[in-house]
Design a binder for this molecule. Structure first.
Ligand code: NAD
Length: 343
């Protein structure tokens, strides 16, 4: 069996490539090796994407440098594939405000091209979407707890209205991509799904303040740098380790029911920013310095996935936050030299 993973050198994509490789699949990583969001973290820009490239190459994954906005090149490279997993994206809200054209061309045109390839080749495809499509009107239904926001009912299903409240170009591009997924499933019977992912974290995540907050806190804690929180720190998610996230794509391939699915840890993985910082400090045995800043516009204060629908095709996350965060911290500690931090 052969799978092409767009964004294979990204954080989530690299875990998907690794999982399918371990399961004996022939894996192609298709990535443009863009570093725009990494430039802003300051964490070893040049080394980071290359780290994932070298890691996957070492596993025997076929590495292709290519841009999903180029339909013919992408079509060419999917020769013989049985499945496409689409994780390539402009994933950061902040960058979508600053460069909406990049956001649109990558997330909308790029996803359209991926779907068109799946249609031509008659193979299943999963588009990686985000809980951001729900919009931040959820903020209006929250109570203020001591260390986290609280909501009843705790978990939110896919029937929750989408795009309510103030939306950014990232919301618009991710939602447009989902509409195309549905159109290709309805009109051309492509076995296509969109996975609305919650916050993902894990090894090989070079998270910064724009994207990947668990890794950002973990990296800064290890290097003894102050942590910046935008807002109260009570923002809450059901964080999902990337290995569990990668497994969801394999589950779908084994039981490909087209649709839209929440993919998150659900209630057992519920954690706020403050609680996560406390957990990291507890594992490392240190107390971090925290700086509070103004909440960022468009910030969603709460999301805990109801994953009943995804369980129907076999999704079953297993790595709880303490175990997953410990794995992430161990990896950062063992790879200190990759980060461009002198401390
Ligand atoms: N990390 C999270 O917490 C999170 C949460 C919800 C949804 N998601 C979604 O998961 C997916 C992967 O996110 P990630 O955190 O791994 O991001 P990432 O930035 O680490 O990976 C994205 C990869 O896509 C590649 N890419 C960008 N533009 C490309 C193009 N035009 N052609 C080919 N490759 C291109 C990048 O080089 C990068 O390797 C995205 O769709 C993101 O929106 C992530």
């Amino acid at each position: 069996m052969k799978v092409l993973v767009t964004g294979g050198c990204g954080f989530l994509g690299s875990h998907v490539c690794e999982l399918f490789n371990k399961k004996g699949w022939d894996v192609v990583s298709y990535d443009s090796m863009t570093k725009y969001e990494l430039k802003r973290t300051g964490y070893g820009t040049d080394a980071t994407r290359d780290y994932n490239w070298n890691y996957l190459k070492g596993l025997g994954v076929t590495m292709v440098k290519g841009d999903i906005r180029n339909l013919e090149h992408l079509t060419d490279r999917t020769e013989g594939c049985d499945y496409i997993i689409h994780t390539a994206a402009q994933p950061a809200m902040t960058i979508s405000w600053e460069d909406p054209e990049l956001d649109f061309s990558t997330n909308v045109v790029g996803t359209y091209n991926v779907l068109e390839v799946a249609r031509r080749r008659k193979i299943p495809v999963v588009n990686t979407s985000s809980i951001h499509v729900y919009g931040n009107s959820i903020n209006e239904s929250l109570k203020d707890g001591e260390t986290s926001y609280i909501r009843e009912p705790v978990e939110i299903p896919e029937t929750q209205p989408v795009m309510v409240g103030e939306i950014s170009p990232l919301h618009a591009s991710k939602m447009s991509a989902e509409h195309y997924v549905r159109a290709f499933a309805d009109m051309y019977k492509v076995k296509a799904a969109s996975f609305r992912f919650t916050g993902i974290y894990g090894e090989r995540q070079f998270g910064g303040e724009d994207h990947g907050w668990v890794a950002n806190f973990a990296i800064r804690s290890i290097f003894g740098l102050p942590l910046r929180i935008f807002g109260t720190g009570k923002q809450t998610r059901d964080i999902l380790h990337a290995q569990d996230g990668a497994m969801s794509y394999l589950n779908f391939f084994e039981n490909p029911i087209p649709g839209v699915y929440n993919i998150g840890g659900s209630s057992p993985h519920k954690i706020s920013l403050l609680e996560c910082i406390h957990l990291i400090g507890d594992i490392l045995g240190k107390k971090q310095e925290i700086l509070f800043e103004q909440e960022r516009p468009g910030d969603m204060r709460y999301f805990i996935c109801d994953i009943t629908e995804a369980k129907k095709f076999g999704f079953n996350p297993k790595i709880l936050p303490r175990e997953g965060v410990s794995k992430l911290l161990k990896w950062i500690d063992e790879n200190r030299e990759v980060f461009n931090i002198q401390k």
